[in-house]
Design a protein around this ligand. Structure first.
Ligand SMILES: Cc1cc2nc3c(=O)[nH]c(=O)nc-3n(C[C@H](O)[C@H](O)[C@H](O)COP(=O)(O)OP(=O)(O)OC[C@H]3O[C@@H](n4cnc5c(N)ncnc54)[C@H](O)[C@@H]3O)c2cc1C
Length: 320
C-alpha cells in the first residue's frame, strides 16, 4: 500500500495553487483529508512515504474506539480509502521547506514541486528517537530496528532486545516475543510508563525478562548485531543478542516549518486551542503538536478539527 500509484482523486497537475495543503499522510492527515473533502475544500495531501504514518507500522491496534483490534496497516488503508471515496487528493512527495512572503499565502516546496496554499495543515507526525550510542547507526538494518512490525519475522527463534518502557516499547515487545526465542527489555526506570494492562501482560510473558534501571552503552557486532553493552545498577554487562529494537520516544518532524510557525524547544508545533498555530492560516494536527496524548484517536480528532477550522476561516473570508 502506498501512494506510488500517483495522484489519486481530482487534481492532476504537480504543484501550483491550492486552497489547502495537508503535509503528512498519517492518521491526522487522513482525517483532515476526509473532512476537507466532505467540506468541498480544494486540497492536496503530501505524504513522503506511506499512508498511515506510525500507525501503519504497528502490528495491532486495540484501543481505537469501535474496532476491537486491527492491524495498523489495515486501519491506515481503511482511512485512506474513506478519504478517497469523498475525493481526497494524495501525492507522494516530501515537503522540504515552507515560507510565507504574503500574509495569506504559504509557499510549500516539495522535492518535486512548489505549491502556493491559502491554508496549510501541518500533520507530519514524528519519527523514532535514537539512542545515540556507538553501533546504533552502524548496525541499522543489520540488527538495529525501529519497527517491530516490519522486522520481527527476521528474528524468528533469535535473541532480541527491546530498549524502552513506554506504550510502544511494551506493545511491540509483546509482538516480538511471538517470534524471538528470548526477549530482553531494557528500561532506564524501575517501572514501565506503558498502560498497566500492557505492562502486566509483558511481565507474565514466558520468554521475556526485564532489566530495570539499565541503559545501553553500545551495540557491538561483526556483520550484524552480536551483543549490547549495558550499564546496570550492578555495573557494566554484555548481553548477547541478534537484534535490538529501539523505542525511546519520538522526535517531531517539523524541520520544514521551522521558519513558518513557532515551535517549542522540543521541536513540536506550539498550538492554541488544539490546532491553531502562531500563523492564522496554518493549522497543526496530531503527534507533531504539543498536545499531550499521542495516539491514533487524538491524531484523527485533531485532523478533523483542523479541517473544520480551515472551513470556518474560509467562510469568514468568503472563500466558500
Ligand atoms: C510502535 C508504535 C505503536 C503504536 N501503537 C499505537 C496504538 O496501539 N494505538 C494508538 O492509538 N496509537 C499508537 N501509536 C501512536 C500512533 O501511531 C500515533 O499517535 C499516530 O500515528 C500519529 O498520527 P500523525 O498523523 O499525527 O503522525 P504520524 O503517524 O507520525 O504520520 C506522519 C506522516 O507524515 C509523513 N511526513 C513526515 N514528514 C514529512 C514531510 N516532510 N513531507 C511529507 N510527509 C511527511 C510521514 O511519512 C508520516 O506518514 C503507536 C506508535 C508507534 C510508533
Amino acid at each position: 500500500m502506498d501512494f506510488k500509484t500517483g495522484i489519486i482523486g481530482s487534481g492532476t497537475s504537480v504543484g501550483g495553487d491550492v486552497d489547502l495543503l495537508i503535509a503528512g499522510g498519517g492518521p491526522a492527515a487522513l482525517a483532515a483529508a476526509l473532512y476537507a473533502a466532505r467540506y468541498g475544500i480544494d486540497h492536496v495531501v503530501i505524504e513522503s512515504y506511506q499512508p498511515g504514518g506510525q500507525a501503519a507500522l504497528t502490528a495491532l491496534i486495540e484501543n481505537y474506539p469501535g474496532i476491537m483490534e486491527i492491524a495498523g496497516g489495515d486501519l491506515a488503508e481503511k482511512m485512506k480509502e474513506q478519504a478517497e471515496k469523498w475525493g481526497g487528493v494524495f501525492r507522494m512527495e516530501t515537503v522540504t521547506s515552507t515560507t510565507s512572503r504574503e500574509e495569506d499565502l504559504v509557499e510549500v516546496k516539495t522535492d518535486s514541486a512548489v505549491y502556493n496554499a491559502k491554508y496549510l495543515i501541518i500533520a507530519t507526525g514524528a519519527a523514532p528517537a535514537k539512542l545515540g550510542v556507538p553501533g546504533e547507526d552502524k548496525f541499522y538494518g543489520r540488527g538495529v530496528s525501529y519497527c517491530a512490525t516490519c522486522d520481527a519475522p527476521f528474528f524468528k527463534n533469535k535473541r532480541v532486545m527491546v530498549v524502552g518502557g513506554g506504550d510502544s516499547a511494551v506493545k511491540e515487545s509483546l509482538h516480538l516475543a511471538d517470534f524471538a526465542s528470548h526477549l530482553t527489555v531494557v528500561h532506564r526506570r524501575n517501572k514501565f510508563r506503558a498502560e498497566p494492562y500492557l505492562g502486566k501482560k509483558l511481565l507474565s510473558c514466558d520468554n521475556c525478562d526485564v532489566m530495570w534501571n539499565t541503559t545501553v552503552k553500545s551495540i557491538e557486532g561483526g556483520d550484524g548485531v552480536e551483543a549490547v553493552v549495558l550499564n546496570t545498577p550492578d555495573g557494566e554487562t554484555r548481553v548477547e543478542v541478534d537484534g535490538v529494537f529501539v523505542y525511546v520516544g519520538r522526535r517531531p518532524s517539523t524541520e520544514p516549518f521551522r521558519e513558518l510557525v513557532d515551535l517549542n524547544p522540543d521541536g513540536t508545533v506550539k498550538t492554541v486551542n488544539v490546532v491553531h498555530t502562531s500563523r492564522k492560516n496554518v493549522l497543526a494536527a496530531g503527534d507533531v503538536t504539543d498536545n499531550e496524548l499521542r495516539q491514533v484517536v487524538t491524531a484523527v480528532a485533531d485532523g478533523a478539527r483542523a479541517a473544520a477550522a480551515v472551513f470556518d476561516l474560509m467562510q469568514q473570508e468568503g472563500d466558500v
